[in-house]
Design a protein around this ligand. Structure first.
Ligand SMILES: Cc1cc2nc3c(=O)[nH]c(=O)nc-3n(C[C@H](O)[C@H](O)[C@H](O)COP(=O)(O)OP(=O)(O)OC[C@H]3O[C@@H](n4cnc5c(N)ncnc54)[C@H](O)[C@@H]3O)c2cc1C
Length: 746
């Protein structure tokens, strides 16, 4: 091992510029750092280990089954160092995953350290189990403070046992490639990891000693994927091959169009497909999606999908946009499935029908490459996977663990005019505005979760969302944000016009740059990038500079009901939390089909916020959540933004944080797990039971995913309740409030 003599120049990732978009800016104490400096590729190459993972296997046999446009390649640390690391030498705010996604090895990750276990390059033989949380924290603090550490030598060491890189990468291009890979893995007892953007904060999309399926070259359906449903089919029965199921379900939701998206397409590609259709046909479509162009509807949707900038409060979470799923399951079968029977649930306060039955079909000719010739039929008699369970598990239970999603039909909504509002951002930034940011944060809190205090109706409030007040407010349809801001300043006796001007709309920005007002969120981001940031990828929806939520507490889903108890609760949060994520309430609360695994905490939340762990567990947790039943830990965190150090409190006392001086092994044993804190005890039990039923070999075993933390012995144990016994087949679990009771509260 050679130590590089290059000093690690640390770039702290906490600028509150317009360019520091929401997720990047969202940090507790030390979430985001990047290393500058060229890779020591030469050093690495000279010490490169032999890449021999499972060289005993007949990989040529797998190769022979792949389509001509798929490729299976050997990869090594050298590829990561040579192809991926240079990007992190770019100025911090122009680093982009757009530069990394298409690198030939398919290994690059948007956050350099994701290439090491737990995003922590300190060497460890057992995945850091023997090291303490304090050590991890200190290592990151050292980087934060530009203190001298051994990090450069860890990063440059190709034999570092903490490296977490796969040495076989498959780029499937059609479903038969995925079928071949899963069957090969099944036959040889291999694990598969699945990656789209690699953005998973938990590092769930890449893992050493796995066959990595990099989905980026998979068939792109979005460019021609929009379907306008013919309303005359309403009332027809679902065809046996489910071909009319997406439209029938959409029409039942009073929606008339949808889009098919491939398992490797990111939001940049999907947004641009929608823009192209809108430009061609006159603006009529709206897609709910993520903030950054490189985030994909895959992990984003399966983990929940917060649409803070794209109308999530009008149309629901990512899971609520899914109309039909097509997947290759861990048993190697290519299936598609979706609801085929539903009923009106408006009387209980839901805005979409309740799913009663989910049906699926299997492809009877899985080796056929040409999609024109695919044959979808009833699944064979020995096919023992329940599609109701799959529909529930995939939508909310996380990506990468239930199989490979090859395509999905997503709901499109009617187009609504768009406007964004930015506070104290270039080119209109002033010192005076910087000083009043706390007031602006308070204003946003009221606008989003107590609008009546500003004389704003709930409907108008729901038209807007915000991934972070520092990144702007994004509205679709009617709203009155400027008027409400003026009223807020009035109420606070601070009507100075300079204060009013701290908030400005996208229209003002556009006119400043002599551009047309952006008709939608993605258009706004594209033209914003062109004007205010280094535009390395013109025409693409930008992504954030690399961010990492690495702190000890993930985003807490703050219950609206607790907030409604009194203004003092809101004040407590303002004094102790960080800026909030507003993608909750409205249709995000009421848009559930009641057959998904997204935790009820999402539906009940007013927003998501970050706190220090000792303050949260000791003070807020017992007040915000019902912890009277000690056998059922409630769901607390949002999965999309949960970092690799996230854990619940002490098992024996839920008001105490998991001790930081403990090793990760002790923490795993004695603290509430990451998964339990995301899903809650009850829902997790059902998900784990489904996991064991659909993937008994644990072919899919991604980091921090459902089932990943189960002790080896219990993975094959049969003493678990069946999925249906663990929780009713469809519908809410008993310890959670119904959608209806929440809907009426906000
Ligand atoms: C810059 C940035 C902006 C973000 N903005 C938002 C936002 O606005 N709202 C929000 O809710 N979250 C947001 N997030 C969080 C984001 O939702 C998660 O990082 C999510 O994991 C990204 O999913 P992905 O598919 O892009 O990433 P990946 O890391 O590629 O995948 C995430 C998970 O999905 C699995 N997966 C990927 N593709 C497939 C597939 N085809 N089949 C099965 N499993 C698959 C992976 O195995 C992994 O487990 C943001 C994150 C970043 C870094």
């Amino acid at each position: 091992t050679k130590k590089s003599n290059r000093s690690p120049a640390i770039i702290i990732h906490n600028k509150l510029t317009m360019a520091s978009f929401a997720d990047a800016a969202r940090f507790l104490l030390l979430t985001a750092v990047g290393i500058a400096g060229n890779p020591s590729t030469a050093d690495a190459a000279s010490a490169s280990p032999v890449s021999g993972w499972r060289s005993d296997l007949d990989w040529a046999a797998l190769n022979s089954k792949l389509s001509s446009s798929a490729s299976l390649i050997d990869t090594s640390y050298d590829d990561y160092a040579g192809e991926c690391r240079p990007e992190f030498s770019e100025p911090w705010d122009s680093i982009s995953n757009h530069a990394l996604i298409d690198q030939p090895s398919g290994m690059c990750l948007p956050w350099l350290y994701l290439g090491w276990e737990m995003s922590w390059p300190r060497p460890s033989e057992n995945g850091h189990l023997n090291q303490t949380f304090n050590q991890a924290y200190q290592d990151i603090l050292d980087l934060f403070n530009d203190a001298s550490t051994d990090v450069e030598s860890w990063l440059a060491d190709p034999t570092n046992p903490s490296l977490n890189l796969p040495s076989k990468v498959l780029f499937p291009s059609i479903a038969s490639d995925v079928v071949a890979a899963v069957n090969f893995a099944k036959e040889h007892g291999l694990e598969i990891s699945v990656k789209n953007s690699g953005h998973s904060y938990q590092g769930a999309s890449s893992k050493k000693n796995t066959l990595l399926l990099n989905m980026n070259r998979y068939t792109h359906y979005a460019p021609t994927g929009i379907t306008d449903c013919d309303a005359s089919i309403l009332g027809s029965t679902v065809t046996e091959d489910l071909s009319n199921q997406p439209c029938l379900l959409s029409l039942a939701k009073n929606k008339s169009s949808l889009i098919r998206v491939g398992g490797g397409e990111n939001f940049d590609k999907v947004y641009r497909a929608v823009i192209a259709a809108n430009e061609e046909e006159g603006y009529k479509y709206h897609l709910v999606g993520g903030y950054a162009g490189t985030v994909s509807p895959m992990g984003w949707s399966w983990q929940g999908g917060l649409g803070g900038s794209t109308g999530g409060r009008l149309y629901g979470f990512g899971v609520d946009q899914v109309v039909q799923l097509e997947m290759v399951l861990p048993n190697g079968v290519h299936v598609k499935f979706g609801p085929t029977d539903w009923e009106d649930a408006s009387a209980e306060g839901f805005t979409v029908p309740r799913t009663k039955v989910v049906s699926g079909v299997c492809r009877s000719n899985p080796d056929e490459h040409d999609e024109e010739n695919w044959v979808w039929q009833s699944c064979p008699e020995d096919f023992d996977i329940d599609f109701n369970d799959m529909w529930f598990a995939v939508r909310g239970g996380g990506g990468g663990t239930w199989g490979v999603v090859t395509s999905v039909y997503l709901q499109l909504h009617d187009y609504l005019p768009f406007k964004s509002y930015l506070f104290n951002n270039p080119p209109f930034r002033t010192e005076k505005c910087t000083a009043i940011f706390p007031q602006f944060a308070e204003f946003v809190a009221h606008y989003m979760s107590a609008p009546s205090l500003l004389n704003v109706t709930k409907e108008r409030s729901h038209a807007c969302g915000s991934p972070d007040p520092r990144a702007g407010i994004y509205c679709h349809g009617e709203e009155d944000v400027m008027q409400a801001w003026t009223r807020f300043l009035d109420l606070n006796n601070s009507t100075d016009p300079a204060n009013v001007a701290c908030l400005f709309s996208s229209d003002k920005l556009a006119s400043h740059y002599n551009l047309p007002a952006p008709p939608g969120y993605a258009e706004f981001m594209i033209s914003f990038a062109k004007n205010l940031r280094a535009d390395r990828f013109p025409g693409k929806v930008p992504d954030d500079p690399p961010g990492k939520i690495g702190a000890d507490l993930a985003g807490v889903l703050v219950p609206q009901s607790w907030l409604d108890e009194g203004e003092e609760n809101r004040k407590t949060l303002q004094e102790n939390g960080t800026p909030y994520y507003y993608a909750f309430g409205g249709a995000a609360a009421s848009g559930s089909d009641q057959a998904n695994s997204l935790s009820q905490a999402h539906r009940n939340a007013a927003f998501m916020a970050y706190f220090s762990d000792d303050y949260f567990w000791g003070n807020l947790f017992p007040k915000m959540f019902d912890i009277s039943d000690k056998t059922k830990f409630p769901p607390v965190f949002g999965s999309n933004h949960a970092g690799f150090l996230t854990a619940g409190p002490l098992k024996e006392d839920w008001t105490k944080p998991c001790p930081r001086e403990w090793t990760f092994e002790e923490r795993r044993e004695k603290c509430i797990s990451f998964q339990e804190a995301i899903y809650g005890t009850e829902r997790l039990a059902r998900l784990e039971a489904i996991k064991k039923a659909v993937d008994p070999q644990f072919i899919f075993n991604c980091v921090n995913c459902v089932g990943n933390n189960l002790p080896e012995a219990s993975k094959s144990e049969d003493d678990e309740p069946s999925p249906a016994e663990a929780e009713p087949l469809l519908g809410n679990s008993s310890d959670e409030t119904s959608g209806a009771s929440f809907v009426s509260s906000f």
